[in-house]
Design a binder for this molecule. Structure first.
Ligand code: CU
Length: 78
């Protein structure tokens, strides 16, 4: 079972922020995709909850300089 979790990020000012965040999150073990919408500052991450916790994703993004909080979580079919 995979989870898609949406995070609201602060401090996004340009498309290179988006690329940096997507790359860093996609590289995390247990994450299968990371897609970010520049216009809304929202990051959607698909991950395996048995491998990684959402707090670790938020912490990674926050360390890059973009405070992140989870705003939605949905379970995806297998
Ligand atoms: Cu930027």
């Amino acid at each position: 079972m995979m989870v898609r979790e949406t995070f609201q990020l602060d401090n996004i000012h340009c498309p290179s922020c988006v690329a940096k965040i997507e790359k860093a999150v996609a590289a995390m073990r247990g994450v299968s995709s990371a897609r970010m919408a520049f216009a809304t500052g929202r990051l959607a991450v698909d991950y395996d909850p048995t491998v990684i916790e959402p707090g670790a994703i938020a912490a990674t993004v926050s360390r890059l300089g973009y405070p992140a909080r989870s705003i939605r979580r949905q379970e995806l079919g297998s």
